[in-house]
Design a protein around this ligand. Sequence first.
Ligand SMILES: NC(=O)c1ccc[n+]([C@@H]2O[C@H](COP(=O)([O-])OP(=O)(O)OC[C@H]3O[C@@H](n4cnc5c(N)ncnc54)[C@H](O)[C@@H]3O)[C@@H](O)[C@H]2O)c1
Ligand SMILES: [Zn+2]
Ligand SMILES: [Zn+2]
Length: 384
Amino acid sequence: MLARSLDRSRIGRRSTQVRPWTDLLDPRGDRREKGTDEEMRAAVTTAPGVLEVSRVDDPAGPGPGEVLLRPELVGVCGSDLHLFNGHLPATPKRRRSLYPVIQGHEVCAVVEALGDGAAAADAPSVGDRVAVWPLTSCGACYPCRVGRASVCDAFELVGVHVDGGLAEQLVVAADHVFPIGDLAASLGAFVEPMAVAVHAVERSRLEEGEAVVVLGGGPIGQASLLAAKAKGARVLLSEPVAARRERALALGADAVTDPGDLVTRASDFSGGDVAVVVDTTGVPACLGSAIQIVASAGRIVVVGISGDEASVPLGPFTEKEFDLLGSSCHERSDVVAAVEVVRAAAPTLGGALGPEYALEDAAEAFAFAGAQGDATKVLVRVTG
Ligand SMILES: NC(=O)c1ccc[n+]([C@@H]2O[C@H](COP(=O)([O-])OP(=O)(O)OC[C@H]3O[C@@H](n4cnc5c(N)ncnc54)[C@H](O)[C@@H]3O)[C@@H](O)[C@H]2O)c1
Ligand SMILES: [Zn+2]
Ligand SMILES: [Zn+2]
């Protein structure tokens, strides 16, 4: 592998190189031999649209303050598909290509080994099943200084900017893993998307008993529904796909609607008091709907991602004095809360997760997830 990074500001490695084995040097500079136990199986995205399942160099860890994980199940999400298809913009701040990389940021794993200093009182133990907080921040930029690590100017994600969970081994900082007890691995893999939803709900300053409208019933919309219910809200979810509306009802939505009936249904549902709209669609026109239905003094949180422009009327901004908020990724506290939301939702959520693909079939899993079926979460089984 490439030289091991002991830079403590990073939580992962980016060492994946698909190249002749004779070219591989270990950290001590010795040549590694093909077939040693320093290899692992991994699904490597070598270029846009190209995923190779092969044996690659292992991460050679854990270093000080790190843990070595054995990923069990990894969720596939929309951002994975953006990266896989070459549509994840390499922002000007990124100085290097995103490829090759081992993807997978929705990771449930088992702790295999602790690095020096990683055995603090609140640290995980060897054998613990954990969810991974895949985000690292610089601690120095403006958003970091004001406590908003999720939008750090130099943030990096495991499975995007450093190697992720679609491999038999993964090394991350010990303080980025969260034991999930006896939760099933599929639920552990849903902690990260749940943390996205928890963060969005936190951004909205939601109060118990308030009426929330969630736009979109995909994985993030369903997670937002659960996160809002966990805060004691009443939730109406809007989604054009009937199977996803059914899923939302099964997960505890108070009501669901087709987007065509949204304005009337939202008004009836809330008595005109839609305190919060969480837009998880990534459809620009939905921002206009959110502005139309939100109550004066309400809050709109945009979670869905799109490169397209949204055209909205200016009048309601001053007429209604609503807050228009963006939401990106998650903070540590969101992951901690997400574990509990997932645990509480386990009886209904557990049956909704899948289908499960083998690591060898990771490309198929990506294709299935991209086909916009009604699956809540497509999973890849890495080990176990
Ligand atoms: N902000 C973040 O940190 C973050 C993190 C993860 C994902 N995302 C983004 O969140 C979005 C949702 O992710 P997902 O995995 O649930 O995607 P998804 O595509 O499965 O879900 C979007 C849902 O919106 C529905 N939809 C389309 N038009 C609609 C309309 N007019 N009204 C209501 N619903 C409509 C679709 O049918 C679909 O079910 C994506 O844009 C994704 O990239 C953001
Ligand atoms: Zn994700
Ligand atoms: Zn920063």
